[in-house]
Design a protein. Structure first.
Length: 496
């Protein structure tokens, strides 16, 4: 604890964002380059070095937050990097993409703004690469065992890196043309530039992990062949089966799922396309769904030059402070008003003059879509709903809509490739892969982790699952394991 009074004398200061008018003209990350390091040591001083640091329990990775806060306050970056990587394979991802449940569990957050834990983590992660603190760590000897990891999102990558470093020969199968999963083709460039992903992949390749891209397991290679070729298989395909909106007019041209839209802008940024075939340029855009995926669509549509963008959220406008009765500290407050970078942009640019706040209409339920004579969507009809999602009489309205994006979440793994059926995997009623207390499925040698088994969750839970399933597979292959296992398959976030 470098400054015992830091939490009393230093106010919270977040990493500043670039001006809205500047950042919406490019796809670079929204934060001011170089503006974090000058403030971060004093921000780390605000850590109270609590006797019981609830930030540990709030984060499924068990990050050693007070320890690396203290090291950053003393500017011992190498030691901070070691403590950070002791629990997290990819802090440069979580430092940008995680909603920071650790900050909700910060003891200081009982009556003050929390420590900027996420910013401190990001500062350490970036310093790691600047100073060369993350060299490849290939194993000293090979075990002779082989593992196939299906899926290259954060769960698959974490499992693959842990198993490779344990001495197993690991191949990661990815159906897309590049590895990274949703981090590659779901997360917009302005939230995480892809060079962060590329240098971590290069580290993994140097350690010995193999990547088999453009390969759909179940189609390009059969599940039985994969089981024959490898001693163990880890299913980490994510929850990519999107939820549908079954209302009249859903079949109209111009109504698309968010994950049909978002990957195209990432391909434009990667140089694969000159322009997105679903570009929002000049269009009236309506996004159905109030979560992070919807916000990603919002920021993307603004940068593409949409005529207007409105986001519909079926929940009521939340309060700006947590409800201490419903979601008391140290639980993560889900229903609280947050202003993401995309919402800040939409608010300042007035992309949706009819919105309740920023670009969002709250307590809004879609009734139907109407189209023109050519079958293209032109309007969306909605109605306000009460707390039980019942329509409120006399509240119907119509929005212009040339492009509608459905961002309603995901229910489980996509089964169109045949992988689940070929393996004969037992499934949970909610559509996820069933597994036991050791992450094992009903098929011998096949393990399941991440959103495919847990259901849609946060990136920190995905990485924690990858690390935990790696320990389970290592134990299965060798009889014991020294790999860390931060969570069990039935663990859940802290709730009341």
């Amino acid at each position: 604890m470098a400054d015992p009074k830091g939490f009393m004398t230093t106010p919270r200061q977040d990493w500043p964002r670039r001006p809205v008018e500047e950042r919406v003209r490019d796809w670079d990350e929204v934060y001011v380059p170089g503006a974090l390091l000058p403030i971060i040591s004093k921000q780390a001083d605000r850590c109270m070095d609590c006797g019981i640091p609830f930030c540990h329990d709030a984060c499924p990775l068990g990050n050693l937050i007070p320890e690396w806060n203290d090291l950053v306050s003393r500017e011992d970056w190498r030691a901070a990097a070691d403590r950070l990587h002791a629990t997290n394979n990819f802090p440069e991802f979580t430092g940008r993409l995680c909603p920071a449940p650790c900050e909700a569990g910060c003891v200081l957050a009982i009556n003050q703004p929390a420590v900027t834990i996420k910013n401190v983590e990001c500062a350490i992660a970036d310093r790691v690469w600047e100073e060369g603190f993350a060299p490849p760590r290939p194993p000293e000897r090979l075990s002779g065992k082989t593992v196939a990891v299906i899926g290259s999102g954060p769960t698959g990558l974490a499992a693959a890196q842990q198993l490779t470093r344990a001495g197993h020969t690991v191949a990661v199968y990815e159906r897309a043309d590049r590895p990274g999963g949703l981090m590659r083709y779901g997360i917009p460039e302005f939230k995480m530039e892809k060079h962060h992903l590329e240098r971590r992949l290069e580290q993994m390749r140097a350690e010995g992990t193999k990547f088999r891209t453009s390969t759909s397991v179940g189609q390009d290679i059969g599940a039985d062949e994969l089981r024959t070729r490898y001693d163990a298989v880890v299913l980490a395909t994510g929850a990519t089966a999107w939820r549908e909106l079954t209302v009249p007019g859903r079949e109209l041209t111009g109504v698309h799922q968010a994950m049909e839209y978002l990957p195209l802008s990432n391909r434009v940024c990667a140089g694969d396309l000159e322009a997105s075939p679903l570009s929002a340029a000049g269009k009236h855009v309506v996004i159905v769904g109030g979560g992070d995926t919807g916000a990603d669509c919002l920021g993307t549509a603004v940068r593409e030059g949409a005529a207007s963008v409105t986001q519909l959220d079926i929940y009521a406008l939340p309060e700006t402070r947590r409800d201490e009765d419903a979601e008391p500290w140290p639980t993560y407050p889900i229903r609280i008003y947050r202003l993401s970078a995309a919402h800040e942009e939409a608010r300042d640019l007035r992309t949706a003059p009819v919105a309740d706040a920023d670009a969002r209409l709250f307590a809004a339920s879609t009734l139907r879509f109407d189209g023109d004579a050519e079958g293209h969507v032109r309007s969306l009809h909605l109605v306000e709903v009460d707390a039980r999602r019942r329509p409120v009489d006399g509240t119907g309205r119509t929005l212009p809509a040339d492009l509608v994006l459905l961002a309603l979440g995901f229910s489980g793994p996509d089964r169109h490739d045949g992988l689940v059926d070929q393996l004969g995997l037992a499934m949970e009623p909610r559509g996820t892969v069933a597994r036991d207390a050791g992450f094992a499925t009903n098929v011998p040698g096949v393990f399941a982790a991440g959103d495919a088994a847990r259901g849609q969750s946060l990136i920190v839970w995905a990485i924690a699952e990858g690390r935990a399933v790696a320990a389970a597979v290592d134990r299965h292959l060798t009889g014991s394991s020294r790999l860390p296992s931060p969570i069990g398959p039935y663990d859940r976030p802290m709730v009341v």
